[in-house]
Design a protein. Sequence first.
Lengths: 282, 314
Amino acid sequence: MNTINKNAAQISATILSNKRVGAYYQIILAIGDLASACRPGNFVALAVGGDSSRMVLRRAFAISRITHGSASGGAMELIVAPHGSGSKWLCEQSEGVEIDIVAPLGTAFGIPTTPVNALLVGGGYGSAPLFGLAEVLKARGCRVDMILGASTGSKIYAPLEGKRSTSTLKIFTEDGTMGEQGRVTAPIAKLVTEGSIDVIYSCGPMSMLRAISDITNGTEVVHQCAVEEAMACGIGICMTCVLPVQQSDGTVKMLRSCIDGPVMDGSLVAWDVVGKVPPVVV
Amino acid sequence: MSTLNFSTNLGDALFDYPIFTASGCASSGKELSQFFDLKDIGAVVTKSVMNKPRHGRPTPRMAETPSGMLNSIGLQGPGIDAFLAQDVPWLVSQGAKIIVSIAGETADEYAMLARKVRSVPGISAIEVNISCPNVENRGLVFACDPDSSARTIDGVRKIIGGEIPILAKLTPDVTDITAIARTVVDAGADGLSLINTVLGMVINIDSMKPHLGGKTGGLSGPAIRPVAVRAIYQVHAAMPHVPILGMGGVTSGRDALELILAGASAVSVGTASFGDPTAIPRIQGELASLLAAKGFASVKDAVGYAHRGEVSTT
């Protein structure tokens, strides 16, 4: 069993900016020295609704980017979809508002020590943390290709500056309103078969992560996926965000996505028993 | 200003501080220790452990509700042997006071768990969780039935001779909680943990089916605090000599004081830690200021204060 991210801390972070980007909001928080402890793949848990909130649980978001050395020290960027009452509240907060955050949480994407061919796959706003990852991979000399998908064009998150770190960027939408019509999985299967990629990094809906694992299983391609499960705490104490993960002894264990994830080895997640209870091994 | 005596007792067990973690809301303490020193709070009440390792219930296991949440974990855990071998020694090394919560499917399993707990040093009390709502068979919620509650506590009492206090954790989902409380005290419980979560359900309006994998779940958080205050008040009125570890939706020092005034000798904080990892030390600080401001010299002086001047009706 893994332990909580040793750099995790609870701080009050000021909103430096909050602006609408397509269907999402880009929120930048001043986090000072904590920025140096954040890695691509880590997430943040934010308190929402203010002091008298009836929303008692934190909201977890992937840290999309970290910047250092601005006037106010380090900063953290989040890409938030105003989906439920908590994220809507967050998207309504303006510059200067203080937010109680706990970060960095969870595991990070593993960065290869030698240059490899990396494919980054993002679904919806799941693309957000991939741009920060792309910068790190590029700095290591990796070739970085990116494929983004969503149901419709407004749900594609692809900032201009982010494209600089990628060699190619392909976009797929189910309704064809942006890029090619279709899903991200078809081109991935082709790339894996061709043997042109070593590692896939993915972030997005669980159905997409599972589909990618189905493609990479039995191949040499490593699949690091950032999973998404409903969490109450984000710090490993509530046991709600568990996923069935294959252990080296052949058994399946329910692991916490907030502690042993969000970044997991896609080939070890027992996708067929997600949402079920694994068989008990006596 | 005189100094406040912040210590408290549950039976023979002495605690330096009155605020504890709540079972199932702190795992075994390791994660929260990233945010504060476990020796600076009253005690760590560990997640209810069963004899064998257990996967628990399928996901989704959680649904937020107004001022609360439903959980449907189903007692996922490592099993008692791994727990006693790894988690307890670690907690001891941190200087934490430990209350071990146990859960079984049969009265015999509880007795076996008690035997194993007794053999390990460094444990301040044992909490017998006879009221977990997330079991496959609602008939297994011992605390809904006086006979099986009594049998379970009696079995544990035969193992634990008096070395450490036995706390029976009860559900408010019964017609008369004082009747069950009396039964388990007669069977040998030294104290009571009040209350477990309240059974609830959320229906997902997209799927139009129960949202949780286990269909039903336990409601916790501020939404159930008045239920906890009521249960503690009723039980303390019926049996003022029986110590109560109170819990249910406490998020502030004010809330903790409310449970103490109702009759709790110590207070566990559960769901609040999910929303705020430093909730327990914060609540403890707020409670100390509040007790002093109200002129109490000790926690003990405030326990059951809401009953002062009441004419006993029992």
